[in-house]
Design a protein around this ligand. Structure first.
Ligand code: HEC
Length: 147
């Protein structure tokens, strides 16, 4: 490879990463357009408290892909894959607790924070650069809400 060619390659790579940074494409999952939001919520399922409402949004963007409720007749192709988290919690609690996190009434903010920051077996952990401290607080408030 000639010197000039190598230099121009570096310049192009540099330019591409600048463009990426400018459009915020470093974290595509965080954008509304790309977020996984499998089921639309009824108005009564949307919390009135703004922090819990934010927590619900974060849940839809970051957690629902594994922890959503899936109607039994919609599991498997061509509809939706079974949710890894929901299935794992069904297998662990065997109905003693709801398999869907949003149905639980025993979750506390510190427990949610510990799992989210540390991960659990096949559940990945989330760094503060992926899920901010404020969003984690909102998530804890949402999952521990009275319902
Ligand atoms: C890639 C799939 C995946 C994603 C994304 C995911 N989880 Fe999980 N989660 C799991 C699995 C699988 C388990 C069960 C792990 C086990 O018990 O072995 C789990 C377990 C949990 C538990 C433990 C519940 C209990 O009673 O033990 C909590 C709390 C939890 N997840 C919260 C979250 C939150 C909040 C998010 C979003 C920030 C999230 N998870 C995102 C897969 C996922």
């Amino acid at each position: 490879m000639s010197h000039l060619h190598r230099l121009s390659t570096i310049a192009i790579v540099g330019l591409l990463s600048l463009v990426g940074a400018g459009t915020g494409s470093a974290d595509p999952v965080a954008s509304k357009e790309n977020a996984w939001s499998p089921l639309t919520k009824a108005a009564t399922q949307i919390p009135t408290d703004p922090r819990e409402r934010r927590g619900q949004e974060v849940f839809e963007q970051r957690c629902a892909a594994c922890h959503a409720a899936v109607p039994k007749d919609m599991i498997g192709p061509p509809y939706m894959p079974a949710m890894a988290g929901t299935q794992a919690l069904q297998a662990r609690y065997k109905g003693a607790k709801p398999a869907e996190l949003e149905q639980r009434t025993d979750l506390t903010p510190p427990f949610v924070a510990a799992i989210v920051r540390g991960g659990l077996n096949s559940m990945p952990f989330f760094r503060p650069t992926e899920l901010s401290g404020d969003d984690l607080t909102a998530l804890g408030a949402y999952l521990a809400r009275k319902h």
